[in-house]
Design a protein around this ligand. Structure first.
Ligand code: PMP
Length: 443
């Protein structure tokens, strides 16, 4: 009898060549390019080793100050000791049961806490998911189920995620939508009423939409970010929030606030919607909800949340126990360390520094903010959006060890997302780097 043929993979060398490669940023960068698709775009060419609050160190031992916060996830900082302890404690008990198969009390208790916290009128219910995009997808499912309608209105410049429905609702083609269509039908965009479009413009566009594309009685929801995040840190005009609420009430449309980026103390209040005195019907939450573990939520008026039938909502990992444990600790830290107040204070200090630079430079057209959600916008000498200068400021800061993020439909905005727990001395150091980077580029 012939000996069975040895499968090819068993002939591979025991220790692949790459395991002998040096543990340097350059070597790993090359391996990243070879092993992972370019569509997962990566900003830096260095790799994190460990982190603490608002600082992290790369695999070559270089220290960075983190004004990016993993894109708004780390309002409570890297590895907050209380959050770390909560995760460690949960790790000893169980890591997964699938909530829909064997429930755990902490999920229910977290829903109760969120229901108490969110600025939504009347009895509220909350369901947990894993990512921001998943929260948006589920908010739309709930809205359609509750209204029996299909249409969705979102805003130009909006970002709602990368899954198919969420990206269709996103109002920015490059790089999010290009090449990925066709998208689900019945999703419409109107101009976002912020510093770049007047409320009248939005009203006219909405009127046009209702005339040309869809009758209001077929619209399930209007979805907006109180401050557009990826779109450029654009705070909505307060009058627009009131108008949207009235419009929705008039036509039986649900108003959904996407607070994935604005939530959890960033804007100087626990939720940005608290600034407007208007109750949305549904809210989506994620990012800083769970301090870097994977958790998102949809919360809303109980009758609306209860529209989908049992089994219509959920997911294998939705409301993972480690993330739920982390989130309980996040909420404790938010209160104990008074992070909404601290956000306002840090935002004030940053704006004061940026305003000094703005007064001296024609390249900074706007410094705007809600709480610590601060944006600095760059233009060229003709007043046109200047992505190039923006990137140069970002690079000049990075060279000095400060991580900054850009945003904006034209890529000409620097946004600031430092942990709200940042130590005063580290924050001051970060501000000095910003001054130096601006001085180098704007000279
Ligand atoms: N909504 C908003 C407002 C966001 O800022 C983001 C992420 N930047 C999302 C949704 C999507 O979240 P995720 O990347 O977790 O899917």
């Amino acid at each position: 009898m012939n000996a069975p043929q040895k499968p090819e993979y068993l002939n591979a060398p025991q220790k692949p060549e790459h395991l002998n490669a040096p543990h340097t940023n350059a070597a790993w960068h090359a391996r990243r390019l070879a092993a992972t698709p370019r569509g997962v775009g990566v900003m830096g060419d260095f790799f994190i080793d460990h982190a603490k609050n608002a600082e992290f160190w790369d695999i070559e031992g270089r220290r960075f100050i983190d004004f990016a916060g993993g894109i708004a996830v780390l309002n409570t900082g890297h590895v907050h000791p209380k959050i770390q302890a909560a995760i460690a404690k949960q790790l000893e008990r169980f890591t997964h049961s699938c909530y829909q198969v064997v429930p755990y009390t902490e999920y229910v208790a977290l829903a109760e806490r969120i229901n108490e916290l969110v600025p939504i009128d009347g009895p509220v219910k909350t369901a947990f998911f894993s990512t921001g995009a998943e929260a948006i997808e589920n908010a739309m499912k709930i809205a359609r189920s509750a209204t029996g309608r299909g249409g969705v209105i979102a805003f130009g410049g909006a970002f709602h995620g990368r899954s198919m429905f969420a990206v269709a609702m996103t109002g920015k083609v490059q790089p999010y939508k290009a090449g990925f269509g066709p998208f689900p039908p019945e999703i419409y965009h109107v101009p976002f009423p912020c510093h770049c479009a007047s409320l009248d413009e939005t009203k006219r566009a909405m009127e046009q939409l209702f005339k040309c594309d869809i009758e209001p009685s077929r619209v399930a929801a209007i979805v907006f970010e109180p401050v557009q995040g990826e779109g450029g840190f654009n705070p909505i005009q307060p009058a627009a929030v009131k108008w949207l609420r009235e419009l929705c009430d008039q036509h039986g449309i649900l108003l959904i606030a996407d607070e994935v980026q604005t939530g959890f103390a960033r804007t100087g209040k626990m939720f940005a919607m608290e600034h407007y005195g208007v109750s949305p019907d549904l809210m989506t939450l994620a990012k800083s909800l769970a301090g870097g573990t994977t958790l998102s939520a949809v919360c809303g008026k109980a009758a609306i949340m209860d529209a989908p039938a049992p089994g219509g909502l959920g997911g294998t990992y939705a409301g993972n126990p480690l993330a739920i444990a982390a989130s309980h600790a996040v909420l404790d830290v938010m209160v104990e360390e008074r992070l909404p107040e601290r956000a306002q204070k840090l935002g004030d200090a940053l704006v004061a520094r940026l305003s000094v630079v703005q007064a001296k430079s024609k390249h900074i057209s706007d410094v705007r903010r809600l709480g610590a959600m601060v944006a600095c916008e760059f233009v060229d000498t003709t007043g046109a959006p200047d992505a190039d200068t923006t990137k140069k400021v970002q690079a000049a800061a990075l060279k000095r060890g400060l991580l900054l993020l850009t945003c904006g439909v034209y890529g000409n905005v620097i946004r600031f997302l430092f942990p709200l727990t940042i130590e005063d001395a580290v924050f001051a150091e970060g501000l000095d780097v910003i001054d130096a980077a601006m001085a180098e580029v704007l000279a």
